[in-house]
Design a protein around this ligand. Structure first.
Ligand code: NAD
Length: 363
């Protein structure tokens, strides 16, 4: 169990409450359901940084007119096997899910598809979209950036230049699907958010101060903040560090160029007049069935996974895991035992729900 104050909330009750919040601010049933199931799904997968902790922020952005209910991805360019979509600042979890569904349909038709999607509201845990493609037996690769957000210092620098620019790749091997999904920053911003709310502390070298010293203190990113309430990433003096030195920093740069500049949604940088952050995604979908290598791919891929996980573990109690396995384990455990939410995050959610007249489950 975590060593900070938590409340334990069953996932179905939490999902109902979150759905109620988005219905109350004007989302239609399916949209509110998509947002709630994505957010609770992120918590179940163990990525609390992209789960319900974000709800008060989304509600504020909607109120401020940065995010809009009921939007659909608009087709800007239709090239058959490639699409440019504009998500029109709709709620990201819903509009990106729709954009991914369009990419899946095109890949099933052509064998491969490329979808550039811009101006999505914050779309959460990118692995969710790789899982959506896996459910249709497709490989998918997603380069993502966050226009209007700049949080991460490039390798060798202290000033912020990148968003946390995540990458996700899903590979549909039968019985053992692999999902790699991570931010190119040393930690996702949501992990700083969770730490600032009394959740899991940050590694001591996750952030960088303006003088180049490493830090694990969320104040480096947010400056001063109340115990319960909003954190403003622009307020702190420092930055998050890119992971993997020059390699992670280079990947972040490519995400900004592909998902930000190429889609036309915008690269990382100070917020423009819209005042809101927006995700851009460049997604590639591949159908092994169409390529004609399906049987070999399954055989070689599964054999290779066996060999990789058969590597002698450093600690005999911790065998080598594949990307996606920690999330699967977390999902099984949290569905069984409930979601442990830091008490301050629960209080923030409770206040948001109550202010909108939404029932709060007893915990
Ligand atoms: P992370 O550092 O926890 O890395 C997660 C990845 O590493 C997963 O693929 C996981 O399966 C794998 N992994 C973890 N431990 C492993 C082990 N022991 N063996 C093998 N594989 C292992 O992730 P993160 O960088 O903190 O990102 C968290 C989430 O934040 C991601 O879901 C990402 O998509 C999301 N994110 C979203 C945005 C956005 O703008 N929407 C921005 C940044 C990050």
């Amino acid at each position: 169990m975590p060593d900070y104050n938590t409340v334990n909330v069953p996932a179905p009750a939490l999902e109902d409450m979150i759905r109620g919040i988005f219905l109350a601010i004007g989302c239609a049933g399916e949209e509110a359901g998509d947002i709630a199931s994505h957010l609770v799904g992120s918590n179940l997968a163990g990525h609390d940084s992209h789960g319900v902790v974000r709800v008060p922020r989304y509600v504020d952005w909607h109120k401020a007119g940065y995010l809009h209910a009921g939007r659909k991805p608009e087709v800007v360019t239709d090239g058959g096997a490639f699409l440019l979509l504009d998500a029109q600042f709709g709620f990201g979890h819903a509009v990106t899910k729709q954009g991914v569904a369009m990419g899946i349909a095109r890949a099933k038709q052509h064998g491969a598809a490329v979808v550039a999607l811009r101006n999505s509201g914050h779309c959460g845990r990118i692995g969710t979209y790789a899982e959506q493609a896996l459910a249709e037996d497709l490989i998918s690769i997603h380069f993502v950036n966050v226009a209007g957000s700049f949080l991460v210092a490039p390798y060798g620098g202290v000033d912020r230049r990148f968003s946390t620019a995540p990458i996700a790749i899903g590979v549909p091997l039968e019985g053992r699907p692999v999902v790699l999904d991570f931010a190119t920053s040393l930690v996702a911003e949501g992990k700083v958010l969770v730490a600032s709310n009394g959740g899991k502390p940050l590694p001591p070298d996750a952030l960088i101060e303006p003088d180049g010293r490493f830090s694990g203190d969320p104040h480096t990113l947010y400056g001063d903040y109340p115990q319960v309430g909003a954190r403003i990433p622009g307020n702190g003096p420092g930055a998050i560090r890119a992971f993997g030195d020059h390699k992670g920093s280079g990947l972040a740069l490519m995400c900004e160029l592909l998902a930000g500049a190429f889609t036309g949604g915008g690269t990382s940088g100070p917020r423009d007049q819209r005042g809101c952050i927006a995700n851009g995604l460049l997604s590639i979908y591949l159908s092994p069935a169409h390529f004609g290598t399906e049987a070999e791919f399954q055989r070689m891929g599964r054999e290779y996974l066996e060999w990789v996980t058969g590597s002698r573990p450093i600690d005999p109690a911790s065998p080598v895991m594949l990307p996606g396995e920690p999330e699967k384990r977390s999902r099984e455990k949290r569905l069984r035992e409930g979601l442990p939410l830091p008490a301050d995050i629960w209080e923030d959610l409770r206040r948001t729900a109550t202010s909108l007249g939404v029932a709060v489950p007893a915990v």
